[in-house]
Design a protein around this ligand. Structure first.
Ligand SMILES: [Zn+2]
Length: 347
């Protein structure tokens, strides 16, 4: 395969505005919902099942999102019912309104078992203050005391703030599942690393891939470690998934991602997504002769200043890279006087 001949192409360069849709393939509508973050939107799709729609991903649960969905349902979706919601992974920008569609419109939820369990668990776990395990995790990562104290004064992020309650019951898809949606048959392959058991759908006719956040074109999906599983190695899972999914990738498939623009050139993009992390690991190996905390590694990993809006994402991503080298037995770590891990090359 000549990867370089098949670089990224974005066939649709202008995204749909709120309340409107762009038909990107026969019976496949691309729409967007806003997000109140640096990454300011999520892509959602509607697939035409004839007398009803299957929606792929939903946006956050907010008054604004519900209003935009109402505009979409009355406008481009022509008042036809939404019978099914397919959710690629459990993150709130994707599953946020699934429960609303289930409860209000009687739609059926289709997702992976891990996505459903994670979302249903997190939506019930509402906290008024940051829990002690998270504080400990931040300390271990080397978060400076002033930033930590500021975060403790704020209400912590709660999944339930942006995700509607999920009623009981869903239809499970898993590796190897086959499903018919919108006049196409799809093979389900499972991604990992960005979110556990992330569904990706590959049309049997090989024209379309529903990529979720497993395959984004111009930004690298966040690979993070959290206080829920502080020793996790999601980067290993990410690299394994990208390599495994590469076997199904073709340069001419139209990839429908969770953010940014639809694209072709998936084999090249998957290669790039793998190489980006190998590059970051290489920079860590070159500089960890002297011990550093995870926060001390931001400059090596991101090669730019990290602002407030991306601090949390940068922290979990830095820990992911260090954990990966640690699990490869290339690093040792010890606690410093501030209670942070200082990571250093072995030997
Ligand atoms: Zn997302």
């Amino acid at each position: 395969m000549n990867l370089k001949a098949d670089r990224l192409v974005h066939p649709f360069e202008v995204p749909p505005v709120a309340g409107e849709a762009i038909e990107v393939a026969d019976g496949v509508l691309w729409m967007r919902l806003p997000l109140p973050m640096a990454l300011d939107h999520v892509n959602v799709y509607a697939l035409d099942d004839g007398d009803s729609w299957t929606i792929v991903d939903t946006g956050f649960d907010s008054e604004k999102s519900r209003g935009i969905w109402q505009m979409l349902l009355d406008g481009p979706l022509k008042g036809k019912p939404v019978a099914r919601i397919l959710v690629t992974h459990h993150h709130p920008d994707h599953i946020g309104l699934a429960g609303w569609f289930q409860t209000k419109y009687g739609a059926e939820l289709i997702t992976t078992r891990t996505s459903w369990l994670m979302a249903r668990m997190l939506v019930l776990d509402e906290q008024k203050a940051v829990v002690k395990e998270t504080i400990e995790f931040w300390r271990l990562a080397g978060m400076p005391e002033d930033i930590l104290q500021r975060r403790l004064r704020e209400r912590p992020f709660n999944f339930a703030d942006v995700v509607a309650p999920l009623p009981l019951g869903f239809q499970r898809i898993q590796e190897g599942s086959k499903i018919d949606i919108g006049g196409r048959s799809w093979d389900v392959h499972i991604g990992n690393g960005h979110a556990p058991e992330h569904a990706t759908l590959w049309s049997v006719s090989n024209d379309i891939v529903i990529g979720g956040d497993q395959m984004l074109s111009t930004i690298s999906p966040n690979i993070g470690v959290y206080a829920t599983e502080p020793e996790a190695d999601p980067l290993a899972e990410w690299l394994e998934a990208c390599e495994r999914l590469s076997e199904f990738a073709r340069a001419d498939q139209l990839v429908l991602p969770g953010h940014k623009l639809p694209f072709t050139g998936l084999p090249w993009r998957l290669h790039q997504l793998i190489q980006n992390h190998h590059g970051a690991l290489k920079r860590l190996r070159a500089h960890l002769h002297n011990p550093r905390t995870a926060v001390d590694c931001f400059d090596l990993l991101f090669k730019r200043a990290i602002g407030d809006g991306e601090y949390g994402l940068a922290l979990v991503e830095a820990v992911a890279h260090l954990n990966h080298l640690y699990h490869l037995d290339e690093l040792q770590r010890s606690l410093d006087e501030d209670g942070a891990w200082r990571w250093q090359l072995k030997g």
